[in-house]
Design a protein around this ligand. Structure first.
Ligand code: ADP
Ligand code: MG
Length: 655
């Protein structure tokens, strides 16, 4: 391979040769024997032979040059829409040697109203020229890809490239429409995604969609030429080449994200499950806007930055930023967050529950990190449950309904919360995050007076309060927001008080109060029995038959065959792109779980290893899908667990 033998200088110089060697190309006179692009997919273009057009497919199956491509678009002008199939790429793509990239076009949309057409651009490292230090390990490469996704998204907006020929509101049937370019919308989180990735050799791979332009049902070839010959190359130049970017901002983004990851990786060793730095801004702008809250003179709103109590302060020396970051270290064990209503308890927990994801610099929650194995637990009445052993918490349901293989299509607040805990433990959760605002109160605690009235035999629930200590003994940590029930003082290792958004260590006082209430301690002694056990379950492959009908409606709603999957209870699912990836995983579930021998933990651990190795492309079948972000195994499992299909699980038989 003639790597590095071509001119690295000015625009266009020698890039053509480079590309021809690398990806092959018609213009080199039957060359095209070069290796395929890295992780090059093989889109299914078999259907293109059926195009009812009276002219020959000009390029054949080996791709062509950018000029070939543009000529083709010109010829397609005024043709019937399905003729767009001729632009679909095979493994070679369309080579733009002047601009230094290859364009791949997936299965062309069948009409102007169908889902827009997926495209992939691969800019070679020799053109993109990102310094290898900016992507030399996984974290950096994810951070850089994330940064480029953001720039690409912003450029699309600035250039108006995201607006179709029909204008903002589209147009009527016979008017011009389409032409808009769309890339996945970034969130406050920096998560491995498929919109822009850095390949191992430094090539930049961007995936987005283009709505192929039309008027009525005839192709607007000249509009297409404008998009592919001007808009797209401009966009690539502005967003995907190192020289076009603010190199300081790139470096800051990448190193900041790596430092966040570093703190998270060090939590366990330091005996911590979470960390919140002094100065962090935890509250968000609104329930619908995840950016940081700002001071507002209008409403008199003032943001209070986080400040850690002296007694719980720890510090980290950040390897990249070369500074020491101090803040609260939340230790393993049971931590209680108490305080009056509206004093910032839930806001603190909500920051922690997304602390497994890195944030963009400026988010206010960067360096606010949590163990990656932390799972938010809440009540979710109405959810379906399949074969879960919830007996550690619930027994003797009315009419003898068993709880060791609990199955229902409509669970109650308490049974759903018990289920959520048992399923999280089944998947290896090590920290549980619980907020009383979203709990079933009868599941959390029961007071002495109630116990006197309702005999234990008539109450199926052993409240969480009485199980938490034995669970903690098994190595499970908990962070609990409990503003309403002082009985929790009996079990808390650390108690934090939120008072007007400022954080205090009230552990000693809480322990005193607990000690002064001996009666409670006596009640607690009754519940020192072992926690009980988690019964592993195996998904039953045959049960998962959506007949290829899995469609993501929104971040929290997926149509799965004939049933609807509701993910709105999963507060740690943070983007629609994660849901898209989950939907693809669900589609492959029958293949992943052919028999009923492997447990859901084993299957998803295996899937996770594949994703580590091959990236998100492992979920697609080479369709240039730029709409994916990496979900955690916990959320994939949670989706499977909530599917309303009969016989989805069997319990693993003890040998
Ligand atoms: P609690 O759970 O204690 O009832 P929340 O966490 O829900 O309280 O917070 C109540 C309100 O205060 C929310 O609107 C939130 O946005 C706001 N808030 C939370 N933390 C802060 C802060 N540090 N500075 C300013 N406002 C805050
Ligand atoms: Mg609250």
């Amino acid at each position: 391979m003639r790597r590095g033998t071509f001119n690295r200088g000015g625009r266009g110089g020698g890039r053509g040769d480079y590309y021809k060697n690398k990806y092959g190309g018609r213009s080199s006179g039957g060359g095209g024997r070069g290796p395929p692009p890295p992780s090059s997919p093989r889109p299914d273009t078999s259907s293109s032979g059926t195009v009812p057009q009276a002219y020959e497919r000009p390029i054949g199956d080996n791709g062509g040059t950018h000029k070939d491509f543009i000529d083709l678009l010109r010829r397609l002008d005024q043709k019937q829409y399905p003729a767009y199939r001729d632009v679909e790429s095979t493994t070679k793509g369309w080579l733009n040697d002047m601009e230094g990239y290859s364009l791949f076009i997936g299965k062309a949309q069948s009409d102007p109203y169908a889902k827009p057409t997926r495209c992939r651009v691969v800019v070679a490292n020799e053109t993109a020229k990102f310094p290898p230090v900016s992507y030399q390990n996984k974290v950096r490469s994810v951070a850089l890809g994330d940064y480029l996704n953001r720039v690409f998204f912003d450029c699309c907006k600035q250039m108006g490239a995201d607006v179709g020929a029909g204008g903002e509101g589209g147009s009527n049937w016979s008017g011009p429409k389409g032409g808009d370019i769309e890339i996945a919308k970034p969130t406050q989180h920096v998560i491995e995604q498929s919109a822009v990735r850095i390949l191992q050799n430094g090539d930049i791979c961007a995936q987005f969609t283009i709505n192929l332009p039309a008027r009525g049902r005839s192709i607007l070839g000249h509009k297409a030429v404008q998009i592919f010959d001007q808009t797209l190359p401009q966009l690539i130049q502005k967003a995907l080449l190192y020289e076009a970017l603010d190199s300081n901002a790139v470096t800051r983004h990448v190193l900041n994200v790596e430092d966040q990851e570093w703190i998270r990786a060090n939590l366990d060793m330091r005996g911590l499950v979470a960390f919140v730095p002094d100065g962090a801004i935890l509250p968000r702008k609104s329930g619908a806007d995840d950016s940081p809250m700002e001071d507002s003179e209008e409403s008199g709103q003032k943001v209070v930055r986080f400040h850690s109590p002296d007694t719980l302060r720890v510090s980290f020396d950040l390897p990249n930023m070369g500074k020491t970051l101090a803040g609260i270290g939340i230790r393993k064990g049971i931590t209680l967050i108490v305080g009056g209503g509206f004093h910032g308890k839930s806001t603190l927990l909500e920051a922690l529950q997304v602390g497994m994801y890195n944030k963009i610099p400026g988010d206010g929650r960067e360096f606010c990190v949590c163990s990656p194995n932390a799972v938010k637990i809440r009540a979710e009445d109405g959810r379906s449950v399949s074969e879960v052993n919830i007996s550690p918490f619930i027994n003797n349901l009315p009419f003898g309904k068993g709880t060791e293989c609990f199955t229902t299509k409509d669970s109650s607040g308490s049974t759903s919360q018990a289920t959520n805990i048992m399923e999280a433990l089944e998947m290896g959760a090590k920290t549980l995050l619980i907020d009383e605002d979203t709990c079933a109160s009868n599941f959390m605690a029961r007071d002495d007076k109630m116990m006197s009235l309702v005999h234990k035999d008539k109450e199926p629930i052993t409240p969480f309060l009485y199980k938490a200590k034995t669970l903690a003994k098994q190595g499970i940590s908990m962070i609990l927001v409990v503003g309403s029930c002082g009985d929790f003082f009996d079990i808390g290792d650390t108690t934090i008080l939120m008072d007007s958004y400022s954080c205090h260590d009230v552990t000693a006082r809480a322990k005193q109060i607990a000690a002064a209430n001996a009666a409670n301690a006596g009640a607690l002694a009754k519940f020192k029995a072992p926690f009980g056990s988690v019964t592993p379950r195996c998904p039953v492959g045959q049960a998962f038959k959506p007949n290829n009908k899995v469609a993501v409606r929104s971040k929290s709603i997926v149509a799965y065959g004939d049933v609807e999957l509701d993910l709105s209870g999963l507060e740690q699912l943070v983007s629609r792109e994660q849901t898209n990836a989950i939907a693809l995983a669900l589609q492959r579930l029958a293949a992943l779980a052919p028999g009923s021998q492997a447990t859901i933990f084993q299957i998803l651990t295996h899937l996770n290893e594949i994703l580590d190795r091959e990236g998100l492309d492992a979920l697609t079948s080479g369709q240039f899908d730029g709409s994916l972000a990496r979900p955690r195994v916990f959320e994939i499992a949670a989706a499977i667990n909530r599917l309303r299909v009969d016989g989805s699980f069997v319990q693993l038989q003890a040998k």
